[in-house]
Ligand binder design. Sequence first.
Ligand code: CA
Length: 698
Amino acid sequence: MNSTSERIFFRGWRPVLAATALILGGCSSQTGDNPGDWAKYGRTDSEERFSPLDEINETNVSKLGVAWYHEFDTDRGQEATPIVVDGVLYTSTAWSKVYAFNAADGKLLWSFDPKVPPQTLFKACCGPVNRGVAVSKGRVFIGALDGRLIALDTKTGKQVWSVQTTDPEQPYTITGAPHVVKGRVLIGNGGAEYAVRGYITAYDEATGKKAWRFYTVPNPDEKADGEPSDKPLSTMARKTWFGDAWKEAKGGGGTVWDSMAYDPEANLLYIGTGNGGPFGLKLRSDGKGDNLFLSSIVAVRPDTGEYVWHYQTTPGDSWDYTATQQMILTDMKIGGKDRKVIMQAPKNGFFYVLDRITGELLSAKAYVPMNWATGVDMKTGRPIEVADARYINEPRLQVPGTLGGHSWHPMAYNPNTGLVYIPAQTIATFLANDPNYKYLKGHNNVGLDPKTSAFPDDPAQIEQIKEHTFGELIAWDPATGTRKWVVKHPYFLNGGVLATNGNLVFQGTGEGKIYAYDARDGKMLWSYSTGNGIIAPPVSYSVDGRQYIAIMVGYGGFGAMLGTIVPNRPKLPGRLLVFSLGGKAAVPPFDIPDVEQIDLGSASSSGNPAKGGAAYGEHCFVCHGLNANSRFVKDLRRSMIIQSPDAFRSVVIEGAFSEQGMVGFAKWMTPETAEDIRAYLLQEARKAEQRAKTPAGK
Ligand code: CA
C-alpha cells in the first residue's frame, strides 16, 4: 500500500508536486505511483480512486473549463475509466473500441476497432459497454464484448496478440477492464443473467498464454477443471448447491464482471463475484444452500490462482445482489486497532469492512435504505433476512432492487478525510419467481415473472415511483459506518466518483452535469452541463505540471433501459471531456435528432396484446426497455415494422436486422408469439400517442 506514504508525502509539499511528477515521469508507470498518472483502473492497485494532485482545489475549482474534448462514433453507454501514462490518455468506448490521445492537447494518436460482431449484443445484458483498458510495459489490453482479450502496441495501436477467453457458443460477454498484476493480465466476464458459469483467467502479458483460471461456482458436469479452483469448489462450494437447474444451465452465475484489487505486500488478489442465475434460489438450487462462491469477495494468490479466503456477502443470492462492486484497500483504525482493510459497498446495501489478510468481518452497516435484512450477524457474518425476503409466498417490492444500492459505478476514498464517497442509488424492484420458468439455452434466464416487472400505466403512480427512485452521493465514514454528508440527485443512475488531494470530490450525473464538491462537507463548488447523461467515473492526471480532470460522457448501461424513470433525452454520441483551470475550448452543442414519428393509421394485429406483453417481458425488455420504453435502442413504439405482420416477423423471427445486432428469435419464439408481441407494441404505441395529445397536468 502506498496510501499512507502518499498522504504524508503530499501534506505540505504541494509546491513541489509538478517537479516530482516530472522526475518520476518515465520510470514509475508500472507501479501506478507517479502522482501525475492515472496508470491503473482505480489509479493504484488499492483502487482508491484518489488523485494526489491538488493544483485544482477548493479555492480555484470555479475556474475549471474545457481544455479539449473528443466526440466518438457511438451513442451507446460510455463507462470507461481513462488510463493516463506518460502523457498519453487511453480510453475505450462502447463496442470495445480503443483510443489513444495526447493527454495535454487531445490530439488523436491512434484508434483500434476490434470489430465485435453486432449479434454479440444479444448476449449483453446491459448494452455494448466497456469500462476501460489496462496499460503495462508498452501494451494496451482490452477485453472485447465478444470475449476476446486483445493486446495492442501503446505506440501504434496495432494488435500484438489476441486470445478468446470464453466459449463463443455460450452467452458470455466482457465489459470489465483487465487488470495487470505480476506480469499477468486478469480478465473475467459477464453473463449471470443468462445463467453462465463465472470465472476469471490470468494470461501472460507478453504472450497471451493462459496461466490459470479460477471458477467461482462448481463444474455443472461434476468434473474437475484441472484449475486451482478445483480444491475450494470440491471441499467447500459443491455441498452448498442443490438440485439440477444450475447443471442444466451449465452455469449458475457468479461472474467476475468488474472489480479486482491487489495487495502486493500480502500477495493477494481480490476478486468480486456476481449474482446467481436464474435469480431466485428456489429456481436455481431447490431453494437451499449458500451457493458458494456467488456474491462473494474471494482472495487468491495472483501467481497461481490458489484460493486463500472468501467472504460471502449474500448467501444463496435471490436478488441479483452481486459483490462485483469496487473493493478499496487501505489501512485504518477500527475499534482502536490498526487494521489492513478491504472495503466494499455491494448491491445488497451493506457497506463491508473486512480484514484483508484474513477475511475477518469487521463492520457491516446499511449505507442505503433496505427492506430485505435488518442487519448482519457479526458472529456468523450472515445477513439477518426478514420473513419471505425470498418472495416464495408472494411477490415482493424489494429495496435495494436488482440494480442494487450501488453498482459498478466506482466509489472513491480520500485518505485525508477518511471518507468513502459512494455513488449510491435507491430503486426498488418488484420480484416474483416465474411459475413457468424453463431454462432457454443461450437466452436471458433470470427466471422472474415478467408480469410483475413492468411499470404501471397510471401517470400518478409513475410519479410516485419517480419520487422514491433517486441517486445519492454519500460521504461515508467506514470507521464508524455512518453518513457524514449526502447530496441527493434527481435520477437514480449517475456517474462514478473521483476524490482528489485538492479537497474535492467530482461526480457526473444522469441529468448530464458534472459537479465538484468540497470533500469535507459536500458543498457544491462547481458544475458544468454536458448536454448528455453520465455514468462513467472522472479521473485526474497532470502533464508538465498542469492538472486535468477527464470524464467519458454518454448514458446507457442496464439502468438506462428503464426509460420511464431516466431523463427523457434523445440518443447522443459519446464524448470525452477534459478540463483544466482556465480551459477555454469551445464545445459545440449536440445536434438533437428529431423524435421519430410514425403514423400508425389503421394498423392492427390478430395477436393477443396481454400475452404479447408477457412475452415482451420474457424476451425483449432487457434491450428495448420496460413498457417498451427504452431511450437507448430502437423505441419499438416508433418503429415502422410494427405496422406490418410480415415486416415484424422478418425481423423478430427471421433476423432481418441481424447486422444491426437484432438477432432472429426463431429458436426461442413462435411466429404466433411474435404477432402477440406486435399487438402489445401497437397497444403501447397508441397509448403513447394518446398521452402526447393529453395536455400537461391532466
Ligand atoms: Ca446481475
